[in-house]
Design a protein around this ligand. Structure first.
Ligand code: ADP
Ligand code: MG
Length: 396
């Protein structure tokens, strides 16, 4: 049995390449962004001070891959030249290092073999500053998914303030966010220092996604194992949803797995179609998992009402919608049962905006009616899928 299992052929040549974590050496359609980042950080190599940079764009638009590629190029250059050894770039994913303390600790532990876990925040900060000053380091810190840092204002502020205190060496930050609204939530002071310069990553269109998938297919799948129509369908789905290369790649990956499971030799459109639900759930799981608690409650309120409410309200174009007032009521109840303070209506409106940006809900304004003008809300994703994700997290 083992033998036959091993012998069974697979559509994949190298499955790792068809993973959203894989970073190809060449990134089509990102030349402008690569150039822009290099222009921003290259002066550090000739000893000049560089400013901070804020990069944003939706998930799957290639931000992480692009910065990784640029950092790798830069590391090569630094290795070749002896005159820029003092430039150090670090990459941190703030999912794993989500406080100022952890970020600083991570740097210290990279520089110094002593284990500083447990030391006070100011101690590790001073230690890092000493290190930068004594070795005259130009430190460029990439903070990917910067919005996930809990004390982000404090973190950005103290890392950038460092420059005023340092007599030699410097610290610059490249902050990256999938959340287009993140900037608005920053303290004005932090915002102006982090967002000195900004760079946007736009979504990909279907044609661009097709090219990206074709490249990936050539490397990751065996020859002729993916029908071109399957690639085009995956690109079309992903372009329609969000212009997100990660979704497109995940669709291809799951489609390939389905072909393997069914002992088929080629990935065809039907596999992509079947993969779609699974991928939607994976992506939602990931997205919902990183939402702050209160936003999860608001989303859960919309989900529950969509799923369980019997009376229906129709918007002017005939869609089934919810009143923002009733969603607030449901949210209020949910927050209370979780032992948390519900936010005010004003904040609640901000949360709705944010959920809308993620495509999780869609809002419209009602025409002037009995209740005056009110916001109408509709879930942007499948209620049942969302419910299976949120219900276990939020015990009612
Ligand atoms: P983001 O950080 O913006 O969410 P990623 O850089 O993680 O996006 O990209 C998600 C996936 O899509 C990765 O597998 C990445 O390699 C791939 N990808 C994104 N942009 C491109 C591109 N221009 N060319 C090839 N692959 C890309
Ligand atoms: Mg990323």
């Amino acid at each position: 049995m083992f033998k036959s299992e091993l012998k069974r052929s697979s559509v994949f040549k190298n499955k790792d390449i068809v993973s959203p974590h894989y970073i190809p050496d060449i990134l089509p359609f990102r030349d402008d962004q690569i150039k822009e980042i290099i222009t921003n950080i290259a002066p550090a190599l000739s000893g000049k001070k560089i400013g901070n940079l804020f990069i944003y764009g939706k998930t799957g638009t290639g931000k992480t891959s692009t910065i990784r590629v640029v950092l790798a190029k830069m590391a090569e250059l630094i290795k070749e030249r002896t005159d820029c050894e003092s430039v150090i770039t670090t990459y941190i994913n703030c999912r794993n290092h989500n406080t100022k303390y952890r970020i600083i600790l991570k740097h210290i532990n990279d520089f110094d073999s002593h284990d500083y876990v447990g030391y006070s925040s100011s101690f590790v900060y001073d230690k890092l500053m000493d290190y930068i000053k004594n070795k005259k380091i130009a430190l460029i810190i990439v903070l990917d998914e910067i919005d996930l840092i809990k004390d982000v204002d404090e973190a950005v502020y103290s890392l950038t303030r460092a420059n005023d205190e340092l007599s030699s060496g410097s610290v610059s930050i490249i902050g990256i966010s999938n959340n287009v609204m993140f900037k608005q939530k920053l303290d004005p002071r932090t915002k102006s220092s982090l967002c000195e310069r900004e760079l946007v990553f736009p979504p990909y269109n279907a044609g661009e996604l097709t090219k990206i998938l074709q490249d990936r297919t050539a490397e990751g799948f065996n020859e002729n194992c993916v029908d071109d129509s399957a690639i085009r369908l995956a690109s079309a789905y992903a372009a329609q949803e969000s212009g997100d290369a990660r979704t497109a790649i995940l669709l291809l990956l799951r489609a390939g797995e389905l072909a393997d499971e069914n002992n088929e030799i080629q990935v065809v459109e039907a596999h992509v179609r079947d993969a779609k639900k699974r991928v939607e759930k994976d992506i939602l799981l990931d997205m919902v998992g990183t939402l702050p608690e209160q936003l999860q409650y608001v989303l859960f309120a919309v989900t529950r009402l969509t799923k369980y409410r019997t009376q229906t309200v129709l918007s002017h174009n005939g869609e089934d919608v919810l009143y923002s007032g009733e969603v607030y009521g449901e949210y209020y109840k949910i927050a209370k049962t979780q032992g948390k303070n519900p936010v005010s209506l004003k904040w609640f409106k901000q949360y709705l905006d944010e959920l809308e940006l993620y495509g999780l809900i869609a809002t419209t304004l009602s025409g002037k009616g009995v209740r005056g003008t009110t916001t109408l809300i509709k879930l942007g994703v499948d209620a049942s899928i969302l419910n299976t994700i949120l219900e276990p997290k939020i015990n009612m």
